[in-house]
Design a protein around this ligand. Structure first.
Ligand code: F6P
Ligand code: MN
Length: 326
């Protein structure tokens, strides 16, 4: 089985980008170890204790953020990072070619119940003006040079795209290396599975309610087939399932709070997942436009997300047509 760096070289990925992806793989191993230790973290210690002295008792999402920042900002190729855990960007090498946005530990409420969580990342080119401020990150997702996630589950997996399809690597714990386990991920066009937080039903737009209600009617309704539902409550794990066997995942507009009608973040949740899904033959949309076409106006901007199997997302978009917000 192929290792990470030879696989990237085979694909003729730029050496600087290989180096950044390698830094992320080092973070992945360290976070994976700590997530696996759970409440034991800090008792058995870890290789990076010197870098983050005194911080072993911190919550795992805060710790993951610190590890990613420490390791990525050591790289001469990283100009700046943006993180869900940081209000502003953190700058690094003045001449670094890349910007990295990340959600250090997506689905972190799953930590308490020993369920799946992950790190989501997006790599953008440093723009020509190299302004050094947050505006550098305000690029549409189509500009991403690489994007992916690390899933901490029964197996730790690194899943990413550099624009040449989607590859999945599995961490071989015996040698501490990521090995290629799926070289070309393809999302089936059709599906009988969807993922949505059903408890928000009453808060959705009527068009979204109608779409989901028709799925629930199954064989007896207009869709003429039965659908199953899954909700892991960590986007990283729900999207991983969609990449593995198809499905539709959505976190749509909901009217609970008008100041916060969307849940998921564009830069380090929507965009990286959208690039993976498109590269695997699926659709990633807000209900109004392809996620990758959005011009961001804030590094922590939130959006509506509908992604997955091509024909099913298209069916959902048909229901939403004409609605002002999805
Ligand atoms: O990052 C936000 C997030 O944790 C996603 O990973 C996940 O899809 C969603 O929130 C879960 O939200 P809810 O609390 O509605 O299940
Ligand atoms: Mn998240």
């Amino acid at each position: 089985m192929q290792r990470l760096i030879p696989t990237l070289r085979n694909d003729q990925v730029d050496e600087a980008l290989i180096s950044v992806l390698n830094s992320l793989s080092i973070c992945a191993k360290e976070i994976s170890f700590r997530v696996g230790q759970g409440d034991l973290a800090g008792v058995l210690g870890s290789t990076l204790d010197e870098n983050i002295q005194g911080e072993t008792q911190k919550k795992l999402d805060v710790l993951s953020n610190q590890l990613l920042k420490d390791i990525l900002l050591e790289s001469t190729h990283v100009r700046a990072v943006a993180s869900e855990e940081e209000d502003g960007i953190v700058t690094g090498a003045a001449e670094g070619q890349y910007l990295v946005a990340f959600d250090p530990l997506d689905g972190s409420s799953n930590i308490d119940i020993n369920s799946m969580v992950g790190t989501i990342f997006s790599i953008l080119p440093t723009p020509a003006d190299n302004s050094g401020d947050a505006s550098m990150f305000l690029q549409p997702g189509r500009q991403q040079v690489a994007a992916g996630y690390i899933l901490y589950g029964p197996r730790t997996m690194l899943v990413f795209t550099t624009g040449r399809g989607v590859k999945m690597f599995t961490l071989d714990q015996t040698v501490g290396e990521f090995l290629l386990t799926d070289a070309d991920v393809q999302i089936p066009l059709d599906t009988e599975e969807f993922a949505i937080n059903m408890s928000n039903h009453r808060h959705w737009r009527p068009e979204m309610r109608r779409y989901i209600d028709d799925l629930l009617l199954g064989k007896d309704g207009p869709r003429g087939k039965n659908f199953n539902m899954r909700w892991i409550a960590a986007m990283v794990a729900d999207v991983h399932r969609v990449l593995c066997r198809g499905g539709l995942f959505t976190y749509p507009w909901d009217g609970r709070s008008h100041s916060k009608p969307y849940k998921l973040r564009l830069l380090y949740e929507g965009n990286p997942m959208a690039l993976l899904v498109e590269q695997a033959g699926g659709i990633a949309h807000t209900g109004q436009e392809a996620i990758l076409d959005i011009q961001p106006d804030d590094i922590h901007q939130r959006i509506s997300v509908i992604l997955g199997s091509k024909n099913e997302v298209a069916a959902c978009l048909n229901y939403l047509e004409g609605s002002q917000t999805a």
